[in-house]
Design a protein around this ligand. Structure first.
Ligand code: GDP
Length: 440
């Protein structure tokens, strides 16, 4: 759904590749691209500007660890800001009450009726509730029929009254009906118009006042781009809703609405609709949405773990040793231990974008380093710091001592030599992970 935005942001980050440091100039360049990508995705201008400004301030204020590239760090900051922009933590739906009352608002065609059905289904199946659907569109008999069709399909009762022309009366009667028939959530679908008009606003305001709902949701079609934000603002000014439902995120949407709405009306997105079917409903998680927008596997956690585990000072010393070609088995062991501290190897590799899928059916031992460690531990200090000493009889002794074979010892020595060569040209964590994979 966010492919376009993701591609563009990824391209923006590429500008930073090869730069060793975050500077005012390369950050500005990258963020200019990020801002352009956001605007192209229909993110509101003010929001895009504030977003990039805030990322810039944070990026310049933060130390770059040698183990993390500036691109990775900037991605992480962008991610944090995106999550913030979309409301931080997940916002829960309030549906408790006797009965809990959920009121839908929004324009015609936004997906209110479809979402009412999806939500009723969700509350019934996932939350163990007994929901009642209420059809309050007094202008379009077809809308009432549509809700009945959905209700039949889902096995959920629908309350309606085609004779009654006052939606407040219908809703009040529905609540009475719910009370006497032990429904514990009432979902009220209301009429919309093709555009915001005074009559519709008066009506929804009157319904809200009369019902005092537990939760008022504003449903909006994400494909309407900037209009989605304007409509949200008009509804919020009038009825002060509690949360937003973004529908049609499965379509060819540019997704900007998801990023701007929270910033503009300061109300959280609670659900997203991702298809016409009744189960195409997702709870909205800002964190996951940010992951998707940045197309990031789970780079964020990877960077976080690396930040926790990598010792700056040690990394610098190691870098020097590598440059002087003094990298030995003690350093090799140290590196292994650092990587191990970051967690299970398969998990770690799975966090590298694109790698998760590739590894799905690959069996990687949890303790892939056990033999390697045993071999290094069986070496004398002199052998560890001077691998050139390792002749045939020493190798034999090491194999016996570590409970491995000469072949394994030889393999490790070869890997070590290769690694030493490779490390001269790299020295960063990502490359290290690749190397670990080859060692398997
Ligand atoms: P209402 O007028 O606000 O009640 O809107 P409807 O619920 O009738 O939805 C309008 C159209 O959008 C219908 O054809 C729905 O099937 C479709 N629709 C609703 N939600 C989604 C969604 O999340 N994804 C897609 N692709 N279509 C949706």
């Amino acid at each position: 759904m966010f492919e376009n935005l993701t591609d563009k942001i990824e391209r923006a980050f590429k500008v930073l590749k090869g730069h060793g440091q975050i500077t005012e100039i390369n950050v500005a360049e990258t963020l200019k691209e990020v801002r352009r990508a956001l605007l192209d995705a229909d993110v509101n201008f003010k929001t895009a500007k504030e977003f990039t400004q805030s990322v810039k301030e944070k990026a310049l204020g933060r130390n770059v660890l040698t183990s993390i590239s500036p691109g990775q760090l900037l991605t992480k900051i962008c991610h944090e800001e995106l999550v913030e922009l979309m409301g931080g933590a997940e916002a829960e739906l309030q549906f408790q009450g006797s009965p809990g009352i959920i009121l839908m608002s929004g324009l015609q065609g936004s997906g209110k009726t479809t979402f009412s059905g999806k939500l009723a289904n969700f509350l019934k199946n996932k939350k163990g509730k007994k929901p009642l659907l209420v059809a309050c569109d007094v202008y379009r008999p077809a809308a009432i029929d549509q809700l009945h069709v959905l209700g039949d399909q889902l096995g959920i009762e629908v309350f309606s009254n085609k004779e009654e022309k006052n939606p407040v009366k219908i809703a009040e009667a529905a609540i009475q009906h719910a009370k006497s028939n032990s429904f514990n959530v009432v979902i009220v679908d209301t009429a919309g118009r093709l555009a915001v008009d005074a009559e519709m606003m008066d009506e929804i305001e009157a319904i809200k006042k009369a019902l005092n709902p537990t939760e008022t949701l504003f449903v909006v079609d994400s494909m309407t781009g900037q209009d989605a934000v304007n409509t949200a603002k008009a509804f919020n000014d009038r009825i002060d809703f509690d949360g937003v439902v973004l529908t049609k995120l499965d379509g060819d949407t540019r997704g900007g609405a998801a990023l701007s709405i929270k910033a503009v009306v300061d109300k959280p997105i609670k659900f997203v609709g991702t298809g016409e079917k009744m189960d195409a409903l997702d709870v909205f998680y800002p964190q996951r949405m940010a992951d998707r927008i940045l197309g990031m596997g789970d780079v964020v956690s990877l960077v976080e773990r690396a930040q926790e585990q990598f010792d700056e000072e040690q990394a610098r010393k190691l870098q020097k040793k590598i440059q002087k070609n003094q990298f030995d088995f003690n350093d090799f062991l140290g590196q292994l231990q650092q990587i191990k501290k970051m967690g299970n190897v398969k998990d770690l590799l799975g966090m590298v974008p694109g790698m998760g899928k590739a590894l799905k059916n690959v069996d990687i031992e949890d303790d892939a380093f056990k033999h390697i460690e045993a071999i290094i531990h069986s070496m004398t200090p002199a052998e560890r710091s001077n691998p050139a000493l390792l002749n045939g009889s020493r190798k034999k002794r090491i194999a016996t001592g570590s409970g491995t074979s000469i072949q394994e010892v030889n393999k490790l020595i070869k890997q070590f030599d290769d690694t030493r060569k490779m490390m001269k040209v790299m020295g960063n964590k990502q490359e290290m992970m690749k190397m670990m994979k080859q060692m398997k």
